[in-house]
Ligand binder design. Sequence first.
Ligand code: GDP
Ligand code: MG
Length: 206
Amino acid sequence: MAVPEDKERERVYKVVLLGNSPVGKTSFVERYVNNRFSGTNRATIAVDRTVKVLQRNGDTIKLELWDITGRDRVAQFSRVYYKGAAGCIIMFDLTDRRSFEDVQKWKLDFDSIVRNRGKNLPCLLLANKSDLGQRCATIDEINAMSKDNGFSNWTAISVKENKLVSRSMDPLVDILIAEDVGNDVEERSNNECDGLWLELKQFAVA
Ligand code: GDP
Ligand code: MG
């Protein structure tokens, strides 16, 4: 059957969420995808994969957001977890200095495992819990963290109060579309992706 030339394209990008617990990664996904905030501290059970659907210039964009529990889990499974990623989000908590300092480790870990033709993948730095009015790092320090570690962009957000949550994602979405990394749907078929996810889930609950 002939495919119309102006047929809408569907693009799928895997984006992994990284950062210490409990900076708000799981809450971010819940807010960004379902516009809900439950306010409870639910440890992510193993790994969750949630799809956010966006429309851009007539194309359907699917962001597969991968959220895993705990640093130990990621360390154990990072190769599997990061596989096929098109980009990442690294989050810290503005009230937790340690979570800010650890941003660099997360970034180095991600960059050491997934690259696109020798280039680092796009990565967003999110400073969460701006509603609490504390700043564990100065703007200059956050700027330096972002620049020195090759982040595409950084934004201070509040998942709780829904401040800048959607907007913070725009620069990453723009880069993903422009670079179209990891969007080789045939190479990364749904089957493979589901298999990978199941594999991770099994490992992570073990
Ligand atoms: P994760 O371990 O990084 O996935 O963190 P969670 O999403 O489980 O969130 C940890 C805790 O921080 C929970 O109690 C959330 O309700 C809380 N939290 C998440 N985002 C915000 C925010 O923007 N402001 C405030 N005040 N609390 C938040
Ligand atoms: Mg979580």
